[in-house]
Design a protein around this ligand. Structure first.
Ligand SMILES: [Fe+2]
Ligand SMILES: [Fe+2]
Length: 321
């Protein structure tokens, strides 16, 4: 049964949420699930922005068929070729054989590596500032290499001022009916997961994110449509500012993370003493993590948030006899 969400007068979310997957990319715990977003624009010609992970392919194809209502799918824009957004590409081509694929030259190579269907007969590669007009809408393409894969681009609707931002501005966490960031308590319910997503998936590509942010600053962005998590139609600048801090490795807050490992509790005791003395000295926001029971993705994420970090470990850790 379809489950679509209307975003603007002629643009819809057609993705899905997965709350069953334990580890995203088989690495990162996602206790609150994840959404795979795809967006369909019903203009004079129809255009789909990215596809979804195979986990939600059934509802995705139902969503598409429902909204198209027998119309053909004219264009698929591929902003990102990672399988959590492209795993359903071959099935999409089977179902909509007339679809034309619009993507970067690097993504074209990846499609050929991943799939065996006839790509050359249906692809149109685009480069920086190329545009696609589908009737009322004209989309401009902006290359975003290594945010966080080499083929990545983002697409900008020059009419409605919407940025389809690929994995940029995405977050862990399923969508629970409310699709807009202003419909949820983002700071309480998503920000920590957005930071953990950024820090672990994109974090080391700060320079490349800065390049994208500079290009984005030249655009009038009224709406951000990422490939994971809520859509932004208010307070876009607030979230962009978070990316500005994260990509320049600027701490969000004055605070201390103490990450420690302890075999018999002595190093933990030392960590407790440090934490207590910091508190006595007036430091607020001290957070302690036992790395033996905390997934590394949370430690990496906290390293992006706080201004100071203490690591404490026993002098040697080896198997005892
Ligand atoms: Fe990705
Ligand atoms: Fe992704």
């Amino acid at each position: 049964m379809h489950c679509v969400k209307k975003i603007t007068s002629d643009m819809y979310w057609v993705g899905g949420s997965d709350r069953r997957l334990a580890l995203f990319e088989n690495v990162y715990p996602i206790p609150r699930g994840i959404s795979y977003n795809a967006y369909l624009v019903l203009d004079e010609q129809t255009v789909l922005f990215d596809t979804v992970d195979k986990a939600v392919s059934e509802v995705f194809f139902e969503n598409l068929a429902h909204l198209l209502g027998g119309r053909k799918l004219d264009y698929l824009v591929i902003n990102h070729m990672e399988p959590d957004h492209a795993a359903t590409l071959a099935e999409l081509v089977l179902r909509y054989p007339e679809v034309k694929i619009v993507t970067s030259a690097k993504a074209l190579q990846m499609i050929k590596n991943y799939f065996t269907f006839d790509v050359d007969g249906r692809v149109c590669t685009v480069k920086e500032s190329d545009t696609l007009t589908t009737g009322r809408h004209t989309f401009a393409f902006v290359m975003a290499p290594m945010v966080h894969w080499p083929e990545v681009m983002v697409s900008y609707d020059t009419v409605d001022k919407v940025l389809y931002s690929a994995d940029a501005f995405g977050t862990f966490g399923a969508l629970d009916g409310n699709i807009f960031a202003d419909e949820v308590n983002f700071q309480a319910d998503y920000l920590a997961e957005a930071r953990r997503y950024y820090a672990n998936i994109v974090g080391k590509y700060g320079t490349q994110v800065q390049s994208l942010l500079k290009k984005a600053a030249a655009l009038d962005i009224q709406m951000l449509c990422p490939l994971h998590g809520p859509v932004w139609r208010k307070d876009v600048a607030w979230f962009v500012e978070k990316y500005q801090m994260w990509s320049t490795y600027t701490p969000e807050e004055n605070g201390v993370m103490i990450a420690y490992a302890s075999v018999y509790g002595h190093t933990e005791n030392l960590a407790n003493i440090i934490a207590g003395k910091l508190a006595d000295a007036g430091v607020r926001g001290v957070k302690m993590y036992d790395v033996s029971v905390t997934h590394p993705s949370y430690i990496v994420s906290e390293a992006f948030r706080v201004s100071h970090i203490v690591f404490a470990s026993p002098p040697t850790m080896r198997a005892s006899s």
